[in-house]
Structure formats: C-alpha cells, structure tokens
Design a protein around this ligand. Structure first.
Ligand SMILES: [Zn+2]
Length: 129
C-alpha cells in the first residue's frame, strides 16, 4: 500500500469517526449481538451498525485497540472487503500512520485514566511545565 493510499483511507476513517455518529465503546464485558453472545475476552472488537457503536476490548494494548478500531471502520467503509483483506489493510494502515494520526486514533480507544496518566507523564518530561 502506498503512502498516498494510506493517507486517503486515513482521511475516510477520520471522517467516519467524527461524522458518522459511531460511538467507540471500550468494554471488557460481553454484549448481545444479533441474538448471540460475543465474548470480548476472545474478540478484539465488534461493530454494531444498528447501535451505531464500535466495541473495543479494553484488555488488549492501546496499539492493538487502534488496529482493531481501524479494522472495524474498514468493515463499515468497505463492506465488500473480505475479512482477510480488512485484516491486512488495517495492519498496513497502522504501520504507515504518522505520529499525529496515531495520536488521533489512540484518543478514541484510551480510557480516561490512561489519558490522564499519559498527560501527567508528558508534563513530567516537558521542560516548559
Ligand atoms: Zn473483521
């Protein structure tokens, strides 16, 4: 995947996150999905279009959550893509993210306490504060 293609898809992902009405929900619990129970201990994430929610397993690392978020949004943006393609593309996109693109996506998948801790760390290391 070229840099240009990554940037194009990132813009679509960003637009979907900001304007599609989807809410990202960090969860460690089970949810009811189409009449079946999905166990998050086994799943990294799940998109529920009827609820306009993307569930992300908060027990996995932050970067894994970012890849999962990209993965679930690709399902929404490219419904014709098969699982394997979504899987590969989400990893490719993650690999090519700039620092600020990564920061933007991380914000959606971090808990409040993780964000607070990251901000405190930043403060502690910043000579200006
Ligand atoms: Zn998938």
């Amino acid at each position: 995947m070229t840099k240009q293609a990554t940037r194009y898809i990132f813009e679509k992902i960003k637009d979907a996150l900001l304007h599609s009405g989807y809410e990202v929900v960090l969860s460690a619990k089970m949810v009811v999905a189409k009449g079946e129970y999905v166990r998050f201990r086994e799943a990294k994430g799940y998109i529920a279009p009827d609820e306009l929610r993307i569930y992300i397993n908060k027990n996995i690392g932050i970067n894994d959550r970012v890849i999962t978020l990209v993965h679930e949004l690709l399902h929404e943006l490219y419904p014709s893509w098969r699982e394997l393609r979504v899987e590969n593309q989400s990893k490719q996109i993650f690999k090519h993210l700039t620092v600020s693109q990564l920061g933007f996506l991380q914000f959606f998948v971090m808990t409040k306490s993780e964000i607070d801790a990251a901000l405190k760390r930043h403060q502690a290391h910043s000579p200006l504060c």
